[in-house]
Design a protein around this ligand. Structure first.
Ligand code: 0X9
Ligand code: ZN
Length: 475
């Protein structure tokens, strides 16, 4: 994985600002943030970086160089922790401001102009507007609903995308896709929105999409952490957590939502109990309104079968567990799903994602989303780290990232359609079990018209035969 956040540091300027930072002076021109590179040797180094006030800019802290975002004074503290930091971007704020300006210009140009929506990243308001625009195009397929509120009172919004009822009713299997759990991972929001756009705009002409929309209930949460997302646009580009108020108002608040789920919660191996930490798990499982709302949404949808939590960056397709090295009981099936997703991603432009459990593929994560969605809810819960080399990919990566992963994400719909819709689900409880046989036989013996399984218009042994065949074939 590449680690350069920007390649734009001019050495002279770097040395000048480094001198200023080293002097510890808060000069008027001193940028608030700089990016340095340090070399880490063991996993505990993450804590030392955080103790010094730095934010490490990688998904994975493995031995070797890593870029660290620092504020004034942190350079000395990094040295105090025993690192030997090398300046690579003395004015990170200027780079972030330039990125924001570029995106805002694109947004303006897009309003009635030539720029299409996918040409650059979008601030929260524009994402919500786009959700509405997609809904307004096809209100017969799309519904937007609020499923909770954040710390700062913002609505948590989801899009439900599904065709007219009838097919697979009442057992239409569900797919839940969330993105933007980590505030700075802007590209995940665009990629998820592209799924919504594709399901809706291709519905009329693409038979597979139509089958997936008619047969599956898609619930998309493009911005699971809207407070953090907004903050990453307005205040601090590298913000990761939500906006839980800080203890003592020291400006280092927030909980890492992806450490706040109940399964495996609370371990210091893969999460932190220190409120200022980047991986602070919160005071209790589901203490955060954003994760609690997602939990409740999930509990309200017993038809959900699969889930994807989209992150950036690192080219990985992962599944449980994150909190233990042990393989989960369904590791084989997860691996098959992951490998099919791998093939589909690879087919687009040859990117070879790593496939495997969170713990060994990226690093230990305790209280992460996939562990709860699988361990508590029994879903086929996957998570991406999208392609990229840092948290600020160029906007030219939006479309390729979106196109590259779409077929893999759609596969999750294909998977539930193939595995969770049963003609032989006679008692309509959305499960394939022997109760269906019981229900069929009682209907047949009672002479109930519902037992006319082959649709011949009369009840006869052929109905039993075709029911048994469908049941055994898991149709
Ligand atoms: O640390 C994380 O939460 C994820 N990496 S990131 O750089 N995007 O922050 C990895 C989490 C994978 N596990 C789950 N989604 N549970
Ligand atoms: Zn993330």
């Amino acid at each position: 994985m590449g680690r350069r956040a920007t390649g734009r540091a001019a050495l002279g300027a770097a040395l000048g600002v480094m001198a200023c930072l080293l002097a510890g002076g808060a000069g008027a021109e001193e940028p608030a943030h700089a990016i340095v590179r340090v070399v880490v040797t063991d996993p505990g180094d993450g804590e030392r970086i955080e103790r010094a006030g730095g934010v490490w800019l990688a998904c994975e802290l493995s031995p070797g160089p890593v870029e660290v975002l620092i504020g004034s004074g942190d350079l000395d503290r990094l040295r105090g922790e025993g690192f030997d930091p090398v300046m690579i971007e003395p004015d990170a704020d200027a780079a972030f401001a330039a990125e924001r300006e570029r995106a805002m210009l694109a947004l303006q140009r897009g309003k009635g102009g030539p720029d299409d929506w996918w040409s650059d990243f979008k601030p929260l308001d524009a994402v919500l507007e786009k959700m509405e625009e997609i809904r307004d195009r096809r209100p017969d397929l799309v519904e937007i609903f609020e499923f909770g509120r954040t710390w700062e009172g913002r609505p948590l919004l989801a899009m439900r995308i599904t065709g007219p009822m009838g097919v697979n009713e009442p057992c239409r299997p569900g797919v839940l896709l969330n993105s933007g759990q980590h505030a700075r991972e802007w590209i995940t929001v665009m990629v998820n929105m592209w799924v919504a756009e594709s399901l809706v705009s291709r519905y009329d002409d693409d038979p597979l999409i139509r089958e997936l929309v008619d047969g599956v209930e898609w619930v998309l949460v493009p911005v699971l952490n809207p407070d953090g997302y907004e903050y990453s646009w307005t205040d601090f580009r590298m913000w990761r957590k939500n906006r839980r108020p800080s203890v003592g108002g020291n400006g280092r608040g927030g909980a890492d939502l992806n450490r706040n789920y109940e399964v495996g919660w609370g371990s210091n191996h893969g999460s932190s109990g220190t409120p200022s930490s980047e991986t602070y798990r919160g005071p209790a499982p589901f203490s955060e309104p954003e994760t609690a709302a997602l939990r409740d949404l999930t509990l309200s949808m017993p038809n959900l079968r699969t889930h994807n939590d989209m992150h950036s960056y690192g080219e990985q397709i992962m599944y449980p567990w994150g909190h233990t090295r042990d393989l989960c009981p369904d590791n084989g099936v997860f691996r098959d799903i992951g490998l099919e997703m791998y093939d589909r991603i690879e087919a687009y432009r040859g990117h070879r994602y790593d496939v495997g459990p969170v713990y060994t593929t990226i690093y230990p994560v305790s209280g992460g989303s996939v562990d709860w969605f699988y361990g508590d809810r029994g879903l086929w819960s996957m998570t991406y780290e999208l392609y990229g080399t840092n948290f600020t990919p160029p906007p030219s990566e939006i479309r390729p990232n979106a196109e590259e992963t779409l077929p893999a994400t759609l596969y999750q719909g294909e998977f539930v359609l193939a595995n969770y819709t049963f003609r032989a689900d006679f008692d309509r409880d959305c499960d394939h079990d022997f109760f269906d046989v019981g229900a069929f036989l009682s209907a047949y013996v009672a002479g109930d018209a519902s037992a006319d399984f082959d649709g011949s218009g009369e009840l006869n042994p052929d109905d039993v035969k075709s029911f048994v065949e469908a049941f055994l074939g898991r149709e």
